[in-house]
Design a protein around this ligand. Structure first.
Ligand SMILES: [Zn+2]
Length: 330
């Protein structure tokens, strides 16, 4: 483990939740399809499929056919339960249908290439392991190597590396760089630390304005901004401070904004398995502001929506308007 002399946050420090970030528990349309199948299960477990379908018809009329839009499977399921009368739905243990539904949903909503390795380290994990498992000597060796490289940079830009003001800069910068990239040696499992709780809250949860400080992998200069994370639980909620910490894990490494956004969304999908996740990030890139096009007010916005946020425009727009981005026309 590398020892940081710089200001290193305690991993269990509750203040790790950014003070400027606020959490919103918004009213939302819960995933109609899952909710629908839950109702169906309840109805059929009493053997009362007529009542159930009546309810659903009412529901469709009420929500303007939205549940019908995503509810192809639940509609066909209802028909099946009526036409196949020989098979008593009460034979099925309660909740079985719901489980099946989640299983079917899996390949669509889970990321095809998980961002989390088998042991909880986030990919790419080779460098991560080397940093995590290094001895004190190896850590000193790493620091010395970095110092040499930074001294070379000082020489190359025309500085005198032995000048008093910059004499310790290689050491300081090496340590700062290790801090900026500490996400490489953090483990998602340690961060989540069993803070996933069974809760029948299936409405949208949003943590917005999470401050992000990351390094552009193309220029090694910072990009900073705000991230907004929303999810709709599937009977499990995650400790609210864990979302900014997952965002920090992925931002404290060399990144491009698009990938950072996607990795945070995929990681939450992976550890929590909610109905859906939405991540939006707005940021300003110093490589754009200080060099290149020098557009100081330009903001880059990236988003990644998974699960029900991807399937349902209404849910997506509700998230976007709750985080202050106009959802219409997207
Ligand atoms: Zn850049």
């Amino acid at each position: 483990m590398v020892h940081f002399t710089g200001p290193r946050r305690d991993d269990r420090d509750p203040t790790a939740l950014d003070p400027s970030s606020s959490s919103v528990t918004g009213v939302s349309d819960i995933d109609d399809s899952v909710n629908g199948s839950e109702k169906q299960t309840r109805g059929s477990s009493r053997g009362d499929s007529k009542l159930s379908s009546k309810r659903k018809r009412r529901r469709r009329a009420k929500d303007g056919g939205i549940s019908e839009m995503n509810g192809h499977s639940s509609v066909s399921k209802r028909r099946t339960s009526i036409s196949k009368a020989a098979r008593d739905p009460r034979d099925e243990p309660p909740g079985k249908e719901r489980k099946k539904r989640v299983k079917v949903e899996g390949p669509d909503t889970r990321s095809p290439s998980p961002v989390i390795d088998f042991d909880g380290l986030s990919r790419p994990s080779r460098g991560t392991r080397e940093r995590l498992e290094e001895s004190t000597e190896q850590a000193a060796e790493r620091l010395e190597k970095m110092r040499g490289a930074i001294r070379t940079i000082l020489e190359c830009v025309g500085e005198d590396p032995d000048r008093e003001g910059v004499l310790d800069t290689p050491t300081r910068y090496a340590k700062a760089m290790l801090f900026f990239t500490k996400g490489y040696q953090q483990n998602v499992r340690d961060i989540v630390n069993n803070a996933i709780f069974h809760e029948n809250h299936n409405e949208m949860v949003i943590v917005k304005d999470i401050e992000i400080f990351s390094l552009c992998e193309h220029h090694l200069v910072p990009f900073t901004g705000k991230m907004h994370i929303g999810y709709i639980p599937n009977n499990n909620v995650i400790g609210i401070s864990k979302l900014p910490r997952i965002a920090e894990l992925f931002s404290r490494r060399l990144q491009v904004q698009e990938r950072l956004t996607r990795e945070v969304a995929n990681a939450i999908m992976e550890v929590l398995k909610p109905q859906g996740v939405a991540v939006v990030m707005e940021s300003s890139h110093l490589c754009m502001v200080m060099r290149g096009v020098q557009k100081t007010t330009a903001t880059t916005i990236t988003s990644c929506v998974l699960g029900c946020f991807e399937r349902k425009e209404k849910t997506r727009n509700e998230f976007l308007s709750l985080v202050g981005l106009n959802g219409s026309g997207r």
